[in-house]
Each structure stands twice: as structure tokens, then as C-alpha cells.
Design a protein around this ligand. Structure first.
Ligand SMILES: *Cc1c(COP(=O)(O)O)cnc(C)c1O
Length: 411
């Protein structure tokens, strides 16, 4: 097969799917614009403050804009959330107390949360006497309603759901799947349901908080930062939950009254404004990678192109070498550090060596075109992001050329 015809056939086949996601982006653009208008965002909200940051109107308004977008009572949006992991762990520490139980209904949460939950003598939740119980997914990666029901009969304080696939061979949960499981859980418990929304924002018209979740959390160097937020995370949800979390984020009694950021807030506002469109670029990129690689006989995800709840494409390679060369091809096509060759390495928070292509403007931003993979069998590459669809097409071509030179025998 000829590489250019693989790519052009793939694009033709995806035309209707792209239209579906363009409609979602349009809907979300309106939603974000409405949130800006409702909160009377003005140039003065971009100004930074210093010291305690009392009455920092840029910070307070940004919180309100996110709360409007996620249809919640309150939100915390902050450059002081250093990563998604930090954001989610702040929420967990804010909500859980000694002897409480965290119940995950989707198996083990994201790899970097493992140490947060069960690390030894590092101030993990376990160190503070917070218990953890998980309900595994079914073998085809779906919620196991019977097991969830039986686990909900035991004590539990917070119910946790991860929307995206993480490093698992499953599709992300669609909003409809989330709606079903959330309604089911709500019929059995009053415990708050919190959702790790990383990579899921703006992939559908509704967010988990529109279908009953009490709280969502995510990273600003993924979808909702629109590719230009320089760092940070957000948590949006019920007022009482957000207040508890605010006491953990800064200090008990102080909460969200403080927090200055001299750099100012324009990039956070502007990033959110761009986010629906940039997420569309990333979705089109992931779908094109998945379809093109599946044409070559690779096993890929997402399997169904409508209703995918994250921006990731997973490709299962035959060997570690093939996977590594794929990730290296992505790096070669990056605007930044194109001359660097990534190798598998020990990364903080991960238990296996990880290889990452992240030739990004914002360090590690995975809303920008990037690929990463723990080096363990089966050899799965996770590719995500793309500030422009055109960039993803260029990278896809390079990756296919790379395979052509290798000995995969598929081209
Ligand atoms: C990215 C991500 C996180 C947090 O990751 P960081 O690298 O700490 O920002 C958590 N959960 C999921 C599902 C993610 O995709």
C-alpha cells in the first residue's frame, strides 16, 4: 500500500465522523463563550497580583468561568496545581479523612495515583489511614454493575471514576456510559462521585458533571488549557466539596481567599476559549492515527469513532523496538527538540520505564502532539494531542515512512 493513499483514504472515510465532532466543537464553543459573557470577563481579569492575593479578581473570575462551563456550583482553577496528579491528589486529601474508604469503580486509577493511594511512608492516603477498594472493569473494559453494587454495600466515603483509558487497553467511557453508571451509583449511595476528567473535556457536548457527577478534575496542559495555558489544573463541583478541597489546597481556614499569580491569567482564559477547537484538532488526529494503523492490520483504539470520551489513540505494536521507533518518529516531527532521540527512562510516579515524545511548546503538554508508552508487553503506544490537525497528518506520514523502513512487513 502506498502511504499517501492510506492517509487520503482514511481521511475520506472519516468525513462523517469529523462532521459529528465539528458539531460538538461548535456546541462547546458556544458554551465557553456563554460562560465568559455570563461572568463579564474583561481585560482587567488578566492582571496578576502579588503576596496574599486577597480580592484577586482574575483568579476568582476564572474559577467562576470554569464553574459555568462545567455546570457546577464552584471551581478551583490554579497555576499552583503542578500536574494532573497533584490536582487529583489535592481533591482526594481534601475529601477523605482517616478510616474513610476511597472506592474506585473502574479498577486501578491512573498509574501516577498509585503512590498517592498506597505508597509507603511518603504521606500517601494509606499512611493517613485512608482505605482503598476497587471494583475491576469487566474483561471488555466496561463497568461491572453487579460488582459495583456489592462493593457499595461495604463502607465507602468517595466514589472515584476515571473517564479516560489511562494505560489500559480499553476505550474511554462515553458520556452515556458515565450517565448510566452514575445514576446506578446514586440509587445506592449518597457518597460523592468524583471523576478524573483528564483528556475527556470537550470531547462531547456534556461533561460528567452534566450527568450527575459531583466533581470533575483535570489538567490544564491537556484539553481545557487549549494548548496555551502554561501549567495548572482545575477542580469543579459542588460548593461544599470545593470548600473542603480549598482548605487542603492552601490551609484550613484560609482556603480560596488567597493565592496571587504575578504572571497574570490571560493564557488561562484564552486557553479555555480555544479549548473546544483544539480538542477537535486532537480528536481528528487520534481518529486518523487509529484508522490508518488499523488499515495496516494493527490493533488500535478507539474502536468506535463516535462517542469516544478522550483524545487518545492506542496502537498495539508487535515488538518493543517497533514501539520505540514509532515514538521516535513522533519526536522527529515535533516543532521543539526535533533533533532529540527519546529513549525509555524511569519517570517519577511510574513503575515501568516510559518512553515519551514530547516536542512541545509547554513542557510535557499532551494536548500538543505527543506519544508515550510504558515499556511493557503488550507494546502499546498512546498518541494524543495535536494543536493543528495538519501537524498530526505530517507526523502520521513520518511514522508510516518509519515503519516502511523497518521490518514490520506491513507496508
Ligand atoms: C494525565 C492524566 C493524569 C494526571 O497526569 P499528570 O501527568 O500528573 O498531569 C491523571 N489521570 C489521567 C487519566 C490522565 O490522563
Amino acid at each position: 500500500m502506498e502511504i499517501d493513499s492510506i492517509i487520503s483514504d482514511t481521511r475520506k472515510e472519516l468525513k462523517d465522523v469529523f462532521e459529528h465532532y465539528e458539531e460538538i466543537a461548535l456546541f462547546n464553543q458556544q458554551k465557553v463563550l456563554d460562560a465568559f459573557k455570563k461572568n463579564n470577563v474583561a481585560l482587567r481579569h488578566f492582571n496578576g497580583t502579588t503576596g496574599y492575593g486577597y480580592d484577586d479578581i482574575g483568579r476568582d473570575t476564572l474559577d467562576k468561568v470554569f464553574a459555568s462551563v462545567f455546570n457546577t456550583e464552584a471551581a478551583i482553577v490554579s497555576p499552583y496545581f503542578t500536574t494532573g496528579t497533584h490536582t487529583i491528589s489535592t481533591a482526594l486529601y481534601g475529601l477523605l479523612r482517616p478510616n474513610d474508604t476511597l472506592l474506585s469503580v473502574c479498577g486501578m486509577p491512573y498509574d501516577t495515583l498509585e503512590q498517592v493511594i498506597s505508597g509507603k511512608n511518603i504521606g500517601s492516603l494509606a499512611d493517613f489511614g485512608v482505605k482503598f477498594v476497587k471494583t475491576d472493569l469487566t474483561s471488555d473494559g466496561k463497568f461491572d454493575f453487579d460488582k459495583i453494587k456489592s462493593n457499595l454495600k461495604s463502607p465507602h466515603s468517595v466514589v472515584f471514576i476515571q473517564r479516560s483509558r489511562g494505560y489500559n487497553w480499553r476505550d474511554a467511557f462515553s458520556i452515556e456510559e458515565l450517565r448510566q453508571v452514575i445514576e446506578f451509583i446514586k440509587s445506592l449511595t449518597d457518597a460523592p462521585i468524583i471523576v478524573d476528567n483528564c483528556y475527556g473535556e470537550f470531547t462531547d457536548k456534556l461533561e460528567p458533571t452534566d450527568v450527575g457527577a459531583d466533581l470533575v478534575m483535570g489538567s490544564l496542559i491537556k484539553n481545557p488549557g487549549g494548548g496555551i495555558a502554561p501549567t495548572g489544573g482545575y477542580i469543579a463541583g459542588k460548593k461544599d466539596l470545593i470548600e473542603k478541597i480549598s482548605y487542603r489546597m492552601t490551609a484550613p481556614g484560609v482556603g480560596r481567599e488567597v493565592g496571587s499569580y504575578e504572571g497574570g491569567y490571560r493564557l488561562f482564559y484564552q486557553g479555555l476559549f480555544l479549548a473546544p477547537h483544539v480538542t477537535l484538532q486532537a480528536l481528528k488526529s487520534a481518529l486518523t492515527f487509529a484508522a490508518a494503523f488499523s488499515k495496516l492490520g494493527y490493533d488500535t483504539l478507539p474502536k468506535k469513532s463516535i462517542g469516544c470520551g478522550d483524545i487518545i489513540c492506542s496502537v498495539r505494536f508487535d515488538t518493543a523496538d517497533e514501539l520505540i521507533s514509532f515514538v521516535q518518529s513522533v519526536q522527529q516531527c515535533s516543532p521543539i527538540d526535533s533533533f532529540v532521540t527519546p529513549y525509555p527512562w524511569d519517570m517519577p510516579g511510574y513503575s515501568h520505564k516510559v518512553i515519551m515524545a514530547a516536542g512541545t511548546f509547554v513542557q510535557g503538554a499532551s494536548i500538543e502532539l505527543s506519544a508515550d508508552s510504558p515499556i511493557k508487553s503488550p507494546y502499546i503506544a498512546y498518541i494524543q494531542g495535536g494543536l493543528t490537525y495538519e501537524h498530526a497528518l505530517i507526523a502520521l506520514r513520518q511514522c508510516l515512512c518509519g515503519l516502511c523502513r523497518g521490518d514490520s512487513g506491513r507496508l
